[in-house]
Design a binder for this molecule. Sequence first.
Ligand code: ZN
Length: 149
Amino acid sequence: MMRELYTQVIMDHCQRPRNRGKLEDADLEEHLLNPLCGDEVVVYAAFDGDRVAEVRFSGRGCAISQASASMMTERLSGKSLKEAEAEIEMFKEQMVGKKEFPKLDDLAALKGVVKYPSRVKCASLAWSAFHEGLSKGGRGSEELAIPEE
Ligand code: ZN
């Protein structure tokens, strides 16, 4: 039953995770656990002004949690903080079936997860960690300015 979730794209991200590893002196560092599955993820980001200059992750857990974290680092790198928030919001809506997954994007490989609510937590873990990190303004930068439009 779970096999169909492990598409080639997901396995590829597991075997060759993008941006995996600790980021020294990160502006954002957030650790999150998914006790339901035993997944663990730490996301790191470096900001350049209001831009997400670099995103990395570390952790361990099921294929879906780690692949989704790897995809997230690619998706959020280079985005403005506002765009990153919007991407996270969009991803969460996709995971509950409210929005379509982008075609021609690795994220579409996670579409099958939507049918398994218990695995949605796995897929959302890194994204939730990033969101929490952003809402705290990153680590040790209390007055991080998110520009108004
Ligand atoms: Zn999991």
